[in-house]
Design a protein around this ligand. Structure first.
Ligand SMILES: NC(=O)c1ccc[n+]([C@@H]2O[C@H](COP(=O)([O-])OP(=O)(O)OC[C@H]3O[C@@H](n4cnc5c(N)ncnc54)[C@H](OP(=O)(O)O)[C@@H]3O)[C@@H](O)[C@H]2O)c1
Length: 309
C-alpha cells in the first residue's frame, strides 16, 4: 500500500527511473538475492516500505514470521544498500515501537522506556531494530561514507492498495469489508468487538507517502537539528484521534449500510488511547491534508475495485 503510494507520488513529481520489485520478483529475506539486486541496479536512494504487516490476529498467530521476516528484510536491505554505495535510505517503522503504557500522545522520546504491547512485540522489536540499524550505519559510516539513513514511524494507515483479508487486516479495511458484506446480505446489524470507546488515529496513505518523500529530502542540517544520532526516528500522524464507535459510524455511512451497529462489550477493548505526537514533523513544516471522510470514500472505491464489484 505505502510503496505504491510513494511510487505514484514520485512519478507525479517527474521521477522516471524508479526501480520496484514485488515480493514474488525479489524475496527480501534472501540475502544473496538482495545482494544481487543492489549489485545490478545500484540505486541512488532507497525507500524501504516492504515488511510483513498485519493486525492483532495475524501478529498473534504468526509471531515467528513477524519477527524473522522483518528483521531479515531490514538487515538485508540496509546492509546491501550500504555495500552498494547508497547514501540515502528511508526506513518505515510503526507506532507499535512505543511502550504499551507510553504517555499520550506518544513522542519519539518514549522509545525503549517500557514494556511493549505483548501481541505485537515481535513485530515491534524488529521495527526498533530497523531504526537502530539506520542509526548505527549513520554513526559508523556517516562521515567516512556520507551515509544518511532515516526512519519514519507511521500511525495506522488506510487507503488504496490496503489488505481487506477477513482475518489478517487492520481495523479500517476490516470494517469496510464487514459493512459492505452486511449491506449486500441485508444484515440487520453489524457486531463490533469491545465498547467502541478506544481512541485511535488514522492517516491516509497518500499523506504517508508525502511525509516519507518530505523526510527523505529534508536538508541534512534540518534533519540533524530535529533528531539525535541515537533517537533519529520521526513520527508521522494525522494529529488527532477518534473513537472506534465514531469510526464505525463514518464507515457505515461511506459504505451506505443502514442497519444497526452493536458493540459486544464482553470482548476486550485493547489500549484505551493510541495517538502519535507528531510535533517533531509538524515543526519542520509537514502536516496531514486528507480528511478521514474523503480518504474513506477513495478506500471504499478501491475495495470495490479490488473485489471486482
Ligand atoms: N498499514 C499500516 O497501517 C501501517 C502502520 C504503521 C506502519 N506501517 C509500515 O509501513 C510499511 C508499509 O506497509 P503497508 O501497509 O504498505 O504494507 P503492505 O501493503 O502489506 O506492503 C508491504 C509489502 O511488502 C511485501 N513483502 C513482505 N515480505 C516481503 C519479502 N520477504 N520480500 C519482498 N517483499 C515483501 C509485501 O508483499 P506480499 O503482500 O506479496 O507479501 C507487500 O507488497 C511497512 O513497513 C509497515 O510496517 C504500516
Amino acid at each position: 500500500m505505502v510503496g505504491s503510494a510513494i511510487f505514484r507520488q514520485l512519478t507525479m513529481m517527474g521521477f522516471n527511473q524508479i526501480i520496484t520489485r514485488t515480493h514474488s520478483e525479489l524475496d527480501l529475506c534472501n540475502q544473496q538475492a538482495v545482494a544481487n539486486f543492489f549489485e545490478t541496479e545500484k540505486p541512488d536512494e532507497v525507500y524501504l516500505a516492504a515488511a510483513k504487516v498485519g493486525g492483532i490476529h495475524a501478529n498473534n498467530t504468526y509471531p515467528a514470521e513477524f519477527i524473522y521476516d522483518n528483521l531479515m528484510i531490514e538487515a538485508n536491505v540496509i546492509h546491501q544498500a550500504f555495500k552498494s554505495g547508497v547514501k540515502k535510505l528511508l526506513f518505515l517503522g510503526s507506532s507499535c515501537i512505543y511502550p504499551k503504557m507510553a504517555s499520550q500522545p506518544m513522542s519519539e522520546e518514549t522509545l525503549l522506556t517500557g514494556k511493549l504491547e505483548p501481541t505485537n512485540e515481535p513485530y515491534a522489536v524488529a521495527k526498533i531494530a530497523g531504526i537502530k540499524l539506520c542509526e548505527s550505519y549513520n554513526r559508523q559510516y556517516g562521515n567516512s561514507h556520507n551515509v544518511d539513513y532515516r526512519s519514519v514511524m507511521p500511525t495506522n494507515l488506510y487507503g488504496p492498495g490496503d489488505n481487506y483479508h477477513p482475518e489478517n487486516s487492520h481495523v479500517i479495511p476490516a470494517l469496510i469489508r464487514r459493512f459492505h458484506e452486511a449491506k449486500k446480505g441485508n444484515s440487520p446489524e453489524v457486531i463490533i468487538w469491545g465498547t467502541g470507546t478506544p481512541m485511535r488515529e488514522f492517516l491516509y496513505v497518500d499523506d504517508m507517502a508525502s511525509a516519507s518523500i518530505f523526510v527523505m529530502n529534508l536538508d541534512k542540517k534540518i534533519y540533524t537539528q530535529h533528531t539525535e544520532p541515537m533517537q533519529s526516528h520521526i513520527n508521522v500522524g494525522f494529529g488527532s484521534d477518534m473513537s472506534i464507535k465514531d469510526l464505525a459510524e463514518i464507515i457505515g455511512c461511506v459504505v451506505g449500510y443502514q442497519g444497526k451497529i452493536i458493540f459486544d462489550t464482553s470482548k476486550p477493548d485493547g489500549t484505551p488511547k493510541k495517538l502519535m505526537n507528531s510535533h517533531r514533523l509538524e515543526s519542520i513544516g509537514w502536516n496531514a491534508k486528507v480528511k478521514l471522510m474523503d480518504g474513506l470514500k477513495i478506500a471504499y472505491a478501491d475495495f470495490l475495485k479490488q473485489s471486482n464489484l
